[in-house]
Design a protein around this ligand. Structure first.
Ligand code: AMP
Length: 279
């Protein structure tokens, strides 16, 4: 496995791979790997000649009061895990090389970037679309892999790829969970034991919504009520949002429809945790 730490070298490598007719699968990450990341890497391994994992804690997708400085990092551990998953190249650029002095371009998806997570994290998705546009141009992938834990992110990137004609496919990978249902996340390390117990209410709340739908409930307000009831059983869970939205423009629906997204964001201690289910 190769480690590359400048955009110039990575793009040179990607151009050479393209000239040799090799297809690249890209897995963009912020590191501190867990099974969720590994499932993306394995899927990319199965579907591409070459697998590139980018590891970059992208400063532009963090708000001023967010956890950029404290975001967990362990490059050596990540390297070993990526190598074990059959990754060919880790691209791990410095912030200075991605955003040199004078950098001022931005890619903005303007339909849903301020909804759901974008409402409480107003700069977040513009940072994500800008860094992914850069990563796509640097790594030249045929496919790029994203987890459905971050459903809004994956859908926004699909819209960007469609609207700006990026010649690649966004592949969406199901959420990997801990044994108690909690979605794996690098941010779970922020949770103290009692908070980690509270986090288990999130998949329980989504399961309550799923059960209500299976039982014939169609009113979004009833599903949101079931979710809120479950989460509010712990004073440690501070709900940011619990919503049922369509995946076209992320507007709230009154009645559930096929393909709609039931999404929650909950602050527990220092962690902001998100999870969802697609109906
Ligand atoms: P991150 O390093 O947290 O930015 O995540 C990198 C990629 O891994 C994103 O596409 C995430 O959606 C995906 N990912 C994170 N957690 C999970 C999970 N539990 N299951 C599946 N994919 C995940």
């Amino acid at each position: 496995m190769k480690t590359i730490d400048t955009a110039k070298e990575m793009q040179g490598e990607a151009l050479a791979l393209r000239a040799a007719g090799r297809s690249v699968g890209l897995v963009p990450t912020m590191g501190y790997f867990h099974e969720g990341h590994l499932s993306l890497m394995r899927r990319a391994r199965a579907e591409n000649g070459v697998v590139v994992v980018s590891l970059f804690v992208n400063p532009t997708q963090f708000g001023a009061n967010e956890d950029l400085a404290s975001y967990p990092r362990d490059f050596e551990r990540d390297r070993a895990m990526a190598e074990g998953a059959g990754v060919d190249i880790i691209f791990s650029p410095t912030p200075e090389s991605m955003y040199p002095p004078g950098f001022r371009a931005r890619v903005e998806e303007m339909g849903v970037n301020k909804k759901l997570c974008g409402a409480s994290r107003p700069v977040h998705f513009d940072g994500v679309t800008t860094v992914c546009a850069k990563l796509f141009n640097i790594c030249l992938p045929s496919r790029a892999y994203f987890g459905m834990k971050d459903a809004q992110q994956a859908l926004i990137l699909e819209m960007m790829v469609r609207d700006l004609n990026f010649p690649l496919e966004i592949v969406k990978v199901p959420t990997v969970r801990e044994s108690d249902g909690v979605a794996m996340s690098s941010r779970n390390v922020y949770l103290k034991p009692e908070e980690r117990e509270t986090a288990a209410l999130i998949p329980q709340a989504l399961n309550a919504a799923r059960a209500a739908i299976a039982g014939g409930e169609r009113k979004a307000s009833a599903l949101v009520g079931a979710i809120r009831n479950t989460l509010e059983s712990s004073p440690l869970a501070k709900i940011d949002y619990a919503k049922v939205v369509n995946t076209r423009d992320f507007d709230e629906v009154e009645l559930v429809e096929e393909g709609c997204l039931v999404a929650v964001a909950v602050n527990i201690g220092k962690a902001r945790l998100i999870d969802n289910l697609i109906v």
